[in-house]
Design a protein around this ligand. Structure first.
Ligand SMILES: NC(=O)c1ccc[n+]([C@@H]2O[C@H](COP(=O)([O-])OP(=O)(O)OC[C@H]3O[C@@H](n4cnc5c(N)ncnc54)[C@H](OP(=O)(O)O)[C@@H]3O)[C@@H](O)[C@H]2O)c1
Length: 235
C-alpha cells in the first residue's frame, strides 16, 4: 500500500498529452451508495477525500458531469480546496446535456474565467446558456468516446468525469476511462442510489479486477486508484 494520495494525482499530471487521458471518480459509502433515497449526497466523504477531489479538478483540463448531477446538486465544479499553480486557469466545466436542460442560473456557469460547454444532441431543440458542442445521439445516448474526442479537439486533453453514477458508468462501459478514483467512506447508508451500474455478468471471472493502488486518507476514507487502461485498450 502506498502512503500518499499525491502519487495518484501525479499519475494524471504525468500522462502523455499526445492522446486523451480520462480519470473518473466517485465518492461512495462502504455499501457502494452515492446518495440517500432522497438524493442527499453531501457529504458522504470526509475532508481529505474532498481535498483529493479538488486536487483531481486541479490536475485536469476539464471537469465533466451529467446533467443529472447539475439538477440534483448544482455544483460549482471549480477548484477551491487546494491552490492552483501560479497562472493556472480553473479547469473548463462540461455538462453532458443531450436535450438541453441546463438552467441559465446553474452555479457552474459563474463567470470566473473558466470555459463552460454543454454537450447536446444534434437534434436538441434548445440552445444552452453557454458554448455548445453538438454530437450524434443514438437511442438517446451520446457515445462517450465521441465526447472525449470532441473535447480533445478543443484542447482538453486530461478529463475528470466527476459524476454522477450514470455518466461514470457509461464512460467505463464504453471503455473510455483510463483510471477510476473510488473514494470510499467508512459509512453504511443501507439504502439509496448505487454508484457504478454496469452490464450484468454471470461469472466472477468476468468481473473487472483492475490493478489498483490503495491509499488510506488521514481521516479514514480510502482511495482506490484503479488502472482501467486494459478496458480502454480492448474496447
Ligand atoms: N458521490 C459522488 O461522487 C457523486 C458525484 C456526482 C454526482 N453524485 C450524485 O449522483 C446523482 C446524479 O447522478 P445520475 O446518475 O442521476 O445523473 P448524471 O450521471 O449526473 O446525469 C445523467 C444524465 O446526463 C445525461 N447523460 C450522461 N451521459 C450521457 C450519455 N453518454 N449520453 C446521453 N446522455 C447522457 C443524461 O441526460 P438526459 O436525461 O437529459 O438524457 C442522463 O440522464 C446525484 O444524486 C448526485 O448527488 C454523486
Amino acid at each position: 500500500m502506498s502512503t500518499s494520495a499525491s502519487d495518484a494525482i501525479a499519475r494524471i499530471r504525468n500522462a502523455p498529452e499526445t492522446s486523451p487521458f480520462v480519470v473518473a471518480q466517485l465518492g461512495q459509502s462502504l455499501d457502494g451508495r452515492i446518495a440517500t433515497p432522497t438524493g442527499e449526497s453531501r457529504w458522504i466523504n470526509q475532508d481529505a477525500a474532498l481535498d483529493h477531489l479538488h486536487a483531481l479538478r486541479a490536475a485536469v483540463d476539464a471537469v465533466v458531469v451529467g446533467i443529472g448531477t447539475v439538477l440534483a446538486d448544482d455544483p460549482g465544479l471549480n477548484v477551491r480546496r487546494v491552490p492552483l499553480a501560479a497562472g493556472q486557469q480553473q479547469p473548463a466545466r462540461i455538462v453532458i446535456d443531450p436535450s438541453g436542460r441546463l438552467p441559465a442560473d446553474a452555479k457552474l456557469l459563474t463567470n470566473d474565467g473558466a470555459q463552460c460547454f454543454a454537450i447536446t444532441a444534434h437534434d436538441c431543440p434548445a440552445s444552452p446558456p453557454c458554448e455548445e458542442i453538438r454530437l450524434n445521439c443514438r437511442d438517446g445516448s451520446l457515445c462517450p468516446k465521441a465526447v472525449v474526442s470532441a473535447l480533445f479537439e478543443k484542447g482538453f486533453k486530461r478529463l475528470l468525469i466527476e459524476g454522477g453514477a450514470m455518466t461514470v458508468s457509461n464512460f467505463i462501459e464504453a471503455g473510455a476511462v483510463d483510471r477510476l478514483h473510488l473514494l470510499v467512506a467508512p459509512l453504511i447508508l443501507g439504502s439509496g442510489k448505487n454508484g457504478l451500474n454496469l452490464e450484468p455478468i454471470d461469472k466472477i471471472d468476468e468481473a473487472l479486477r483492475p490493478p489498483s493502488h490503495v491509499y488510506v486518507l488521514p481521516d479514514g476514507d480510502v482511495l482506490f486508484d484503479c488502472d482501467l487502461s486494459a478496458t480502454r485498450a480492448n474496447s
